[in-house]
Design a binder for this molecule. Structure first.
Ligand SMILES: [Zn+2]
Length: 92
């Protein structure tokens, strides 16, 4: 579970296990016991939009289940994941 501060007095909790855990639809047919990470009918409990720290794009943090850094949009998270953050230097 991730806790994100969206305004001065509001925090939201995002469950990272499945999109369905954060969805307000109750009679949803897409609800299955496996991990759902994308859903067209997804309706978050709160409407929350964050601005990406890197590119300024507005994104929905509920749809960024796989993100490691919730201050970044899914695309910027993706580019962070592609570039190695730790570089090993081998010297004899
Ligand atoms: Zn971004």
């Amino acid at each position: 579970m991730v806790r994100i501060q969206v305004s001065e007095h509001r925090l939201i909790n995002i469950r990272r296990s499945s999109l369905c855990d954060n969805c307000s639809l109750h009679n949803c047919t897409s609800f299955i016991d496996s991990r759902v990470i994308e859903c067209l009918d997804f309706k978050p409990v709160f409407s929350v939009f964050l601005k990406c720290r890197e590119c300024g794009k507005i994104y929905d943090p509920y749809r960024s289940l796989r993100s490691l850094d919730y201050e970044l949009c899914p695309e910027c998270n993706h580019s962070v994941n592609n570039s190695p953050s730790i570089t090993f230097v081998c010297r004899e």
